[in-house]
Design a protein around this ligand. Structure first.
Ligand code: SF4
Length: 385
């Protein structure tokens, strides 16, 4: 029998198309558009295939269009997808509907039309306000276009905008990053995601680094950039509520992404999209063509599926919780796993508390600012072999 779930689930839609492939990107994204005509009906078929128990028993309260570049969708395409979602799933009145948008791909009329369709949050892939950085990243837009797109989004009435920035780029100095943060604060977005550059295997950046064609920022600089980001944004009134995410107040926390961090279920549609529904996780084929064929044939588009055992779920709860400012909710942990967090992880927690990397507060085990900075090193210690 399907389990009852806690919290309202979310919906994710992956739009894989991009105008160009950025040199650092390891998302499933493609520039060829020839599969696109078949894609929208395939996506709608997949969405409808979930119109059954246990999914439809719940009220969903987020929709997130990620990619790829969802802002390349036409108004008509977005409208058809939203209609399919609304027909299939009960949606809360106040649902958060986010769309990732790249500067240069959104014109004022389109922004207004997206807003009228119900999109109430934009996540803009700015990455940097420095043209040299943007060129190095392989982005198509310029700093000027980024500023212009932001202004246009405001004019279209978007009052919940998130900006993405990337730091520790090759050749980036502390001063250049500070200038980036200064521009960011002048715009005063409601939400900021600031990621440090990762050289993911399979990306051009990874290859260039291996071939010595570019030099990664030294670890000490990376740390300085991270601390500068945290201090600058916190001083400006932002709350760092996850290792890379900041919001101007709790109501601007990304409701959708928070589901990933606290194990609230979500369904993902489109090629490469992931889903989680207790106690199972699955993901779709990472090919638009393959996805279209399967969906049109009425076959499952899933290429990976796993049941999550207690140990895995426990580790993931800790891993995801430790990445957030709030930390691991000890009461919820005890209720969920019928087990005491402190007793299971005593050696790890005592050491971290002693060394100033973590503390227990308000029934939560959380990392301090010092701990959050090295959370990728800390987390594996909670893994049970
Ligand atoms: S626009 Fe985004 S998804 Fe597309 S290639 Fe660049 S980083 Fe990847």
């Amino acid at each position: 029998m399907a389990k009852n779930i806690t919290g309202r689930p979310g919906l994710y839609v992956h739009i894989p198309y991009c105008d160009t492939k950025c040199a650092y990107c390891d998302f499933y994204s493609i520039t060829r558009q020839d599969s696109r005509a078949a894609f929208i009906p395939a996506l709608i078929r997949e969405i409808h295939s979930y119109g059954r128990e246990p999914y439809t028993r719940n009220t969903f309260d987020t929709i997130y269009f990620g990619g790829g570049t969802p802002s390349l969708l036409s108004v008509e395409e977005l409208s058809r997808i939203l209609e399919a979602l609304r027909q299939t799933f009960p949606l809360a009145e106040d649902s958060e509907i986010t769309l990732e948008a790249n500067p240069g791909t959104i014109r004022p009329e389109k922004l207004k039309a997206f807003k009228e369709l119900g999109v109430n949050r934009l996540s803009m892939g700015i990455q940097s306000f420095d043209d040299a950085d943007l060129k190095a990243l392989g982005r198509l837009h310029t700093a000027r276009q980024a500023l212009q797109s932001f202004a246009e989004a405001r004019r279209a009435g978007f009052d919940n905008i998130s900006l993405d920035l990337i730091f520790a780029l090759p050749g980036q100095t502390l001063k250049r990053w500070r200038d980036n943060l200064k521009t960011l604060l002048e715009l005063a977005p409601e939400h900021v995601s600031a990621y440090n550059l990762i050289y993911e295997p399979g990306t051009l950046f990874h290859r260039w680094r291996e071939e010595g064609k570019l030099k990664a920022a030294p670890g000490t600089l990376e740390e300085k950039l991270y601390v500068t980001t945290m201090e600058t944004l916190e001083n400006a009134g932002y709350i760092m509520y996850e290792v890379s995410n900041y919001a101007r107040g709790e109501r601007y926390y990304s409701r959708h992404n928070s589901k990933y961090w606290d194990h609230t279920p979500y369904l993902g549609f489109g090629p490469s999209a992931h889903s989680y529904w207790p106690e199972e996780r699955w993901s779709n084929i990472r090919s638009a063509r393959g996805y279209n064929q399967k969906a049109h044939a009425g076959e499952p588009t899933v290429s990976f599926q796993e049941q999550l055992g207690t140990e895995t779920r426990m580790f993931e709860t800790v891993m995801l919780g430790l990445r957030t400012r709030r930390g691991v909710d000890l009461k919820r942990f005890a209720k969920h796993f019928k087990n005491d967090f402190g007793a299971i992880f005593r050696p790890q927690t005592e050491k971290l508390i002693r060394e100033g990397f973590a503390r227990i507060e308000d029934n939560h085990f959380r990392l301090t600012a010092k701990g959050l900075m090295i959370c990728d090193e800390i987390i594996p210690h909670f893994h049970h072999d």
